[in-house]
Design a protein around this ligand. Structure first.
Ligand code: THU
Length: 139
């Protein structure tokens, strides 16, 4: 898929909504699904997986990144995040960092708020990433 190809937002949103049914959220009861398309046109999905220790909960976006690795890796181009209650859900700070690693500044993020998808650079300005380690390797 070239960068000029239209992003299939409706399909991303629908698959993300569908993924909420696979969420494991017995503690918060907030089910979250995510679906992304890679730069080469593959779909990856995820759903949140909670834990009795609460802090070890895996967000839908983390689960999606695991799916990305499972299907061969690559770069994320656009992602839709959907809550089971259909209300907008912002990606948490940790997930913004996790997504940055695999999609970078240009990753488009739809959080179901009805506004145009937002580039990750606006959700995580000045992000720390792999390049910050690369510049140190040569020293
Ligand atoms: N959650 C996500 O899956 N993604 C986010 O970006 C925000 C929060 C989940 C984690 C937890 O299972 C539930 O929503 C309530 O915080």
């Amino acid at each position: 898929m070239s960068s000029s190809t239209a992003i299939p937002w409706n399909e991303l949103r629908e698959q993300a909504r569908h993924a909420t049914a696979t969420s494991y959220a017995p503690y918060s009861h907030v089910t979250v699904g995510a679906c992304a398309i890679t730069t080469d046109g593959r779909f990856v999905v995820g759903a949140n997986v909670e834990n009795a220790s609460y802090g070890l909960t895996l967000c839908a976006e983390c689960s999606l990144v695991s799916d990305l690795a499972r299907v061969g890796g690559g770069r994320l181009r656009a992602i839709s995040i959907v809550a089971g209650d259909a209300k907008p859900i912002a990606p948490c700070g940790r997930c913004r960092q996790v997504l940055f690693e695999h999609g970078g500044n240009e990753l488009l993020v739809d959080a179901g708020d009805g506004v145009d998808p937002t580039p990750l650079r606006e959700l995580l300005p000045g992000a720390f990433g792999p390049a910050d380690l690369d510049v140190r390797k040569s020293q």
